[in-house]
Design a protein around this ligand. Structure first.
Ligand code: PAF
Length: 287
């Protein structure tokens, strides 16, 4: 990672991005990449710092990807604050911001889809069936565009991390995919750009998600029947004040497959998604 250049250079086109990366390569620098949708918080900045430990130069992208939002979701209101984000990125040693337009990423006539099976099945896909198709296509494009040595993704979106890792492996994308630990506030709430939507009262409830998952993870690790562990966690979330729970599930950590014997007998992850008003929160923990 180089000393912070301020203001941060911004590439708006793939051509401009590639010119900078090509120049770095000529100088013998390695490159790390952190894809984001902006509205950056400490969680993203941790990913950028982690990226800087793996390479000489760091590229971050900001692109609110329409392909991963359903028509009824928050694409229009998703927070956008590029100038502030660029200043934050410069402060943690990012060397280049790639901030393409929608037309640059999806020019007229774009018709290609990327469909990942395996870890994308179930969980988020049961409730947001469009989501991983949209993520896979944009991440495949971004990885091809940047051609970094490593790319860093947060474990906060654990299923996304598994899907991206599998896609990169299956498509022989040479960028190494690295997972970085979830950043939490002092109450254990996983940092997320969507936390900004929460009222004070909702924030108090949101902060209980991690505790419910931690308790369920302990029971799962104790080899209690997973159906009961998941059912109890589900009702604990409702009791805590969540209005709706999409899922609470304990899955194999490496491929997110269910445990066929109904108890944990290999490394596991507990994952959940639940609603407070119009805000959907997700979180996960190692079991
Ligand atoms: O996790 C996100 O912010 C997005 O899903 C990603 C990986 C930047 C793709 O749009």
């Amino acid at each position: 990672m180089s000393d912070n250049p301020t203001p941060l250079p911004i590439a708006r086109t793939v051509e401009a991005l590639r010119a900078v990366v090509r120049d770095w390569r000529r100088q013998g620098f390695t490159v790390a990449f952190v894809p984001t949708m902006g509205a950056l918080h400490e969680g993203h900045l941790t990913l950028v710092r982690a990226a800087g430990q793996h390479a000489d130069r760091v590229v971050a992208s900001i692109f609110v990807n329409p392909a991963q939002f359903a028509a009824h979701e928050d694409l229009g209101t998703y927070p956008r604050r590029e100038a502030g984000d660029a200043a934050l990125l410069a402060g943690v040693g990012c060397d280049l911001l790639f901030a393409p337009t929608v037309a640059e990423m999806y020019p007229d006539g774009f018709v290609t889809a990327v469909s990942v099976g395996g870890p994308s099945q179930g969980l988020e896909t049961d409730f947001r069936p469009h989501f991983f198709g949209g993520v896979a296509v944009v991440v495949a494009k971004l990885l091809n565009q940047v051609q970094a040595d490593v790319a860093v993704f947060g474990e906060k979106d654990y299923q996304q991390l598994m899907v991206v890792r599998r896609m990169a492996r299956d498509l022989d994308i040479p960028t190494r995919i690295i997972g970085a630990q979830t950043m939490r506030d002092s109450h254990g709430l996983a940092l997320s750009s969507r936390n900004a939507y929460l009222s004070e009262a909702e924030l108090d409830i949101a902060r209980r998600l991690n505790g419910v998952l931690a308790e369920a993870a302990l029971k799962a690790a104790d080899r209690r029947p997973l159906a009961a562990v998941e059912r109890d966690a589900y009702s604990d979330l409702l009791k805590a004040g969540f209005e709706r729970v999409d899922y609470v599930a304990v899955r194999r950590a490496d491929d997110l497959a269910p445990f066929p014997n109904g108890v944990v007998d290999a490394p596991a992850r507990i994952l959940a998604a639940a609603w407070l008003g119009k805000t959907r929160l997700i979180d996960n923990l190692a079991v």
